[in-house]
Design a protein around this ligand. Structure first.
Ligand SMILES: [Zn+2]
Length: 113
């Protein structure tokens, strides 16, 4: 572990002299214990525990209305006097509302059912 720590420290201190001095910090994370941070403005490594709370999604089903936009298609609607085609946008299907069910978690994650 000491050799690994020394290697990372050497990497952190290897920054060009023009940059700021290496940054070595020690702090105590209340739920993870001691944390040692060695770095420079461009590179940093942290050693120590840091706990992240595990989140399990709790979904509830939500039903929403969703707008399905109209479908337009470019078609040949005729020919001019030089027999060149005349193109126009033609409505193939009108827009409509539909009901969609989503599974929503309190954290904001959502999936479509
Ligand atoms: Zn969640």
């Amino acid at each position: 572990m000491k050799t690994l720590l020394a290697a990372f420290a050497a990497l952190a201190f290897a920054a060009p002299a023009a940059e700021a001095a290496p940054d070595v910090r020690f702090r105590f994370d209340p739920c993870g214990g001691p944390v040692l941070r060695i770095g420079s403005p461009r590179f940093a490594v942290e050693f120590g525990g840091r706990c992240k709370p595990v989140h399990h999604h709790r979904y509830r089903t939500v039903c929403e209305r969703e707008w399905v936009p109209p479908l337009w298609q470019t078609c040949v609607v005729g020919y001019d006097h030089c027999r060149r085609p005349i193109y126009r946008q033609v409505l193939v299907r009108e827009g409509y509302w539909q009901r969609v069910e989503y599974r929503v978690c309190d954290c904001g994650h959502r999936t479509r059912c």
